[in-house]
Design a protein around this ligand. Structure first.
Ligand SMILES: [Cu+2]
Length: 150
């Protein structure tokens, strides 16, 4: 009799849990997602920290500032695969236009930026079409695979 009664009592207690279960599962899923994202971010940060300490290729992104009718730096050396972003700080419009047509930012107003990913090694001389005296260059070197730790 008692053995039979217990499961019945349990059943009624469980029904409360059962009502909350979907909410708990949803929260659990969200928490799992957050934890996974945090873990992924940590791995990515650890990876970039490793890349910084080794004398490997430069970071895969670089910036060129256009200010006072000048590209800064005037010569930028990057590894193939690097994304370069130009940003115009002048109130006069400028362009970053490759001499041989590989890229062309078109007119950049103040605060505008333009990005281009350099995949082919070589020297890219470029200028501003509005102010042809503005010249600079980008040297793209072949990227070497970073050493793998096992
Ligand atoms: Cu210009």
């Amino acid at each position: 009799m008692l053995l039979f009664a217990r499961p019945v009592n349990r059943e009624s207690t469980l029904s409360i849990y059962r009502m909350q279960a979907p909410t708990l599962i949803r929260l659990g899923g969200l928490m799992r997602f957050i934890v996974l994202m945090a873990a992924a971010a940590a791995i990515l940060m650890a990876g970039s920290a490793l890349a910084d300490t080794t004398a490997g290729p430069p970071a895969p992104a670089a910036q060129i500032i256009i200010e006072n009718y000048t590209f800064r730096p005037a010569t930028l050396t990057i590894a193939a695969g690097t994304k370069v972003t130009w940003k115009n700080l002048d109130d006069d419009p400028h362009t970053a236009t490759d001499d041989s047509g590989a890229f062309d930012s078109k007119g950049l107003a103040q605060g505008d930026s333009f990005s281009f990913v350099f995949t082919k090694p070589g020297t890219y001389n470029y200028h501003c079409t509005v102010h042809p005296f503005m010249k600079a260059s980008i040297v793209v070197v072949a990227s070497t695979p970073s050493p793998q730790k096992k």
